[in-house]
Design a protein around this ligand. Sequence first.
Ligand code: NAD
Length: 418
Amino acid sequence: MTVNEELNPFVIAQTQLDTAAEIMQLEPALHELLRWPIRELHVTLPVKMDDGSTEIFHGFRVQYNDARGPTKGGLRFHPHETIDTVRALAAWMTWKTSVMDIPLGGGKGGIICNPKVMSPGELERLSRAYIRQVGRILGEDMDVPAPDVYTTPQIMAWMMDEYAFMRGHNVPGVITGKPLPLGGSAGRGDATARGGMYCIREAAQQLGIKTEGATMAIQGFGNAGQYAAVLGPALLGVKIVAASDSKGGIYNPQGLDPDALIAHKADTGSVVNFAGTDAITNEELLELDVNILVPAALENQITADNATNIKAKISAELANGPTTLEADQILHENGVYILPDFLCNAGGVTVSYFEQVQNAYGYYWKEAQVHELLNEKMTAAFQSVAQTAKEYQVNNRVAAYIVAVGRVAEACKLRGWV
Ligand code: NAD
């Protein structure tokens, strides 16, 4: 494996699968089928910019496996997006919907762009251009996108609207994470972080750790990270002591006020320079002496270079793929309890699934109902992973793979694919 390959998220996803496949003694054809996306579409998008020029963007949609149901997965706008990142994220979506036992497969999409330097008009034209190309393989019974890094409910609304024009009628269930007036679900906004907090609650109970007063550091202060900062104290009684974003981090061992920090980020565009805190780097944040670490930024943040310095008891992976293969092994050997990404951050897709169900019924649930159903689903998924970890004597990540891959493999077999 070359150095680059070690950090290639798709190589990581395939290697994680290989480990589970070996333990499960998955038959070779089934194993090979599950190592690859079923299909993918690469698109080139000309977009008129505000200055009158035309810029050409490149995008992808990967449908990894649909044996258990229509593919489902977020859409990223990121300057460093690659097809292999999208493939890895699509694979993780497949395992995520499966570990949660919801009747969906896994997919993911991405556009190589820097939304931070684009105007709302340019973003709208790019979003609509993407749907004009990718819409042909989307549908409530085919493939359903959702928001992810640097995409928002407004972007979902434009995309849903473009798709409705293509089809000639409204199809709210074609995309989730929509604004509430367009058929979004109550409770979708904070669902990823909320699901993660339910997982931490279960893990802490199992480990005999009290969450009340426990310290938490959050890397990445976007959708997932900001809600974790609010819900951690609200649901678990933890104290947020550090947070970071792409511009840097801040730390106060006495704790900080999450709402004030969110307001500061809204005003200034970053957590940096938040009053009453010390400046730290992203690397320093990961290595802080805290009880709970929440990676909520991007992939490959905990690597062989820093894993030995991680002091947290629990690493709750709200981000997808934050831990490299080598780092995973080091954390495990050092007794760090990992809540693996596709379990820990599955709250988002679970409420997205609730959104699809509500769209199909044309009947909408109250927020409290969404929270209760999410709690049930997350707790059940955590327990099945924890039980499998015990049964097979493996770590949580491998256990989550065994549960998820087992269900997808069974569906492939029942369909007669292998
Ligand atoms: P977001 O765009 O809202 O926020 C991302 C945050 O990470 C931003 O604050 C950004 O400044 C920060 N960031 C970027 N690069 C960083 C770096 N090198 N170091 C520290 N911070 C950095 O995205 P999000 O929706 O919160 O997603 C974050 C992670 O959670 C991603 O891995 C995503 O795939 C995963 N996730 C999100 C959801 C969801 O519902 N939003 C669901 C499942 C998984």
